[in-house]
Design a protein around this ligand. Structure first.
Ligand code: ATP
Ligand code: MG
Length: 584
């Protein structure tokens, strides 16, 4: 017989792998148990990023002696009785598997007392004996994975595991401001006394958090969202974002993307939004039991949620800048335009189906433009001034009608119309110019006062430590003193465009895989190009508008800006006719 039943010990070790991949997973489970036990003070101590020791002490309800006897068995919980409770449960735990899985992969000890008489019990090596103990529970986890060495190989570097551990600690501190949290480690000791959410933010991030973020408070029939996000006018860098759904600290690439998308027009390239958001949904519309670590929840109405969430967030961002809202409200137009632009190559060769100007002139009695709009809007901006064949891609521009909201340039061509995003166009022009100018360039500039990179995560420190030479070649020199990196030099070409946030956002991008160190110089050139370009809301003279069109036409990749967004939109006369349902 080849098939054999595994021993219970082996089963426990295998399933432990799903819940416990590293020390941060253990801390998460233990912190959640302490919060479930109504603790008012929780102390976390770790050694060697939690690999040698994780000790967590709380003053919660404690565990009865008879419960200690069973709590290390699988699926033993005091929190759930039947599956329907899952939809209304307000505790973090419900599976009754955390303690047994942690105990399966470490040297594990629980001291607990449910009374105030100084008496308690210790559970160690499957033995229970009486000890003196205050009310509450202290759990000690030592030598993680001592019995599953293969798991150790999958751990990341110690500094990475440390930053994950601290992130989990912060998530719990943010979620439970009414609890006092202490953190003791070789690197950092902190205490956050019990308070309210606003002050907890200040305890963790300092007072600058107030001016660097905006509050979000969305209240719809489907969901509520409260929290803070980057203030687009005063962006800030912090290493981790926090997303909570119905009080659970979760990952959601979809929601993360929705936030990034909403910020696209408000932040410079390289800048990433920072957020701490608490989303509340009807518990009956989410499934919290789809992930072994409960780090993912499934939303029944995810599409609808994302749509509404993005709309509300964009409204908030617009309001925070006093900016006009995007004008493309008409859905068919929006869809039409976005489908046209999915293929930028179509700009290069107007398609056969584009309306022919001859056909159009045979239909003169129905004018497409009001006659006063046919007059050029700016002096000198007449056909004769651009008669030296102003073209963009292969479109002949016959008139420049001016700017819309000082943001988009609108042109008539012999086959339709072109809209140009003036910032995107100028960014492309500057990027190609800078790439040429600084092709063999490595000059650096000493900073008058060195910049201390405090408040950066351990994984960012690791990026700096592992790539000293590459950064140096690009112009960045730094050194480490008392566990803090100091930046000494920057590339000369960044000069006045440089600030500390720019550098920190660059690290974040590298960490998230959106940038690679060997592309560092090009990312910085993109950044400089973005910063020096004409902005939306900048008035342009007719001469400047013509210059942009001429220079854009000379670019290699004229269809997209440095971020990859379109620089122009072309609508043929036929497109316009379809939009107005003159033809179907
Ligand atoms: N710090 C603590 N204080 C009081 N009771 C605790 C504590 N930690 C664990 N317990 C008790 O031990 C039981 C088992 O804990 P465990 O974390 O294994 O399961 P759970 O929290 O019920 O579910 P889950 O596996 O989903 O976390 C809990 O149901 C609770 O009764
Ligand atoms: Mg638990």
């Amino acid at each position: 017989m080849l098939i054999k039943k595994l021993s219970q010990e082996t089963i426990n070790l295998i399933s432990a792998g799903e819940v416990i991949e590293g020390p941060s997973d253990i801390l998460k489970e233990l912190l959640e148990n302490s919060v479930d036990a109504k603790a008012t003070e929780i102390t976390v101590e770790i050694k060697s990023s939690g690999l040698d020791l994780i000790k967590i002490k709380d003053d919660g309800t404690g565990i009865l002696k008879e419960d200690l006897e069973v709590c290390l068995e699988k699926y033993t919980t005091s929190k759930l009785e039947k599956i329907d409770d899952l939809y209304t449960i307000d505790s973090f735990g419900f599976r009754g598997e955390a303690l047994s899985t942690i105990a399966a992969v470490s040297k594990f000890k629980i001291v607990s007392s449910t009374t105030n008489d100084g008496k308690g019990y210790v559970l160690e090596n499957n033995n229970i004996s009486q000890v003196s103990s205050n009310k509450g529970t202290t759990i000690t986890v030592q030598d993680l994975f001592y019995n599953v060495p293969v798991r150790k190989k999958f751990l990341k570097s110690k500094s990475f595991e440390y930053s994950k551990v601290y992130e989990v600690f912060l998530a719990n501190a943010l979620l439970n401001p009414n609890i006092t949290f202490k953190f003791i480690s070789e690197k950092k000791n902190v205490i956050f006394p019990k308070t309210d959410f606003e002050n907890r933010l200040v305890q963790i991030y300092g007072v600058e958090i107030k001016t660097k973020t905006i509050n979000l408070d969305i209240n719809t029939e489907l969901f509520k969202v409260k929290g803070i996000l980057t203030n687009p006018q005063n962006p800030v860098y912090f290493p981790s974002n926090f997303l909570f759904i119905n009080k659970r600290f979760v990952f959601s690439p979809q929601i993360y993307k929705a936030i990034i998308d909403s910020y696209k027009d408000y932040l410079m390239i390289q800048q990433k939004p920072f957020f701490i958001l608490f989303i509340e949904l009807d518990p009956r519309t989410i499934d919290v039991n789809v992930h072994p670590k409960k780090r993912v929840v499934k939303l029944q109405n995810e599409m609808l949620f994302l749509l509404e969430f993005k709309r509300e967030l964009s409204k908030k961002l617009d309001a925070s800048l006093g900016k006009f809202a995007p004008a493309l409200e008409h859905n068919s137009l929006k869809d039409f335009i976005s489908s046209k632009n999915s293929d930028y190559s179509s700009f290069q060769k107007p398609t056969q189906s584009s309306y022919s100007s001859n056909n159009y002139s045979s239909n003169k009695e129905v004018p497409f433009f009001r006659s006063d709009l046919q007059k050029p809007l700016y002096e000198n901006n007449n056909i004769s001034s651009i008669s030296d064949n102003l073209t963009l891609f292969e479109h002949n521009i016959t008139k420049i009608l001016g700017q819309i909201k000082n943001t988009f340039i609108i042109c008539e061509t012999d086959k339709g119309m072109i809209l140009i995003d003036q910032h995107a166009a100028d960014e492309r022009i500057n990027l190609e110019k800078n790439r040429l100018k600084y092709a063999d360039y490595v000059e650096k500039q000493n900073l008058i006062s060195e910049i201390s990179l405090d408040f950066i995560s351990e994984s960012h420190k690791e990026i700096l430590a592992n790539n000293i030479e590459i950064f140096k070649k690009t112009g960045f020199e730094y050194y480490l003193k008392n566990d803090i990196y100091f930046l000494k030099t920057i590339p000369l070409f960044l000069n006045k465009y440089f600030d500390k946030n720019l550098f920190l956002n660059l690290l974040k991008d590298i960490e998230e895989g959106n940038n690679e160190v060997f592309k560092l110089k090009d990312s910085l050139l993109k950044l400089r190009s973005c910063k020096e370009s004409i902005k939306a809301n900048d008035y342009l003279s007719s001469h400047e508008q013509i210059e942009i069109i001429k220079k854009l036409n000379l670019c290699k990749d004229k269809g997209i800006c440095a971020h990859g967004r379109p620089t122009i939109i072309f609508l043929s006369l036929k497109d316009l006719e379809i939009l107005f349902k003159r033809i179907v």
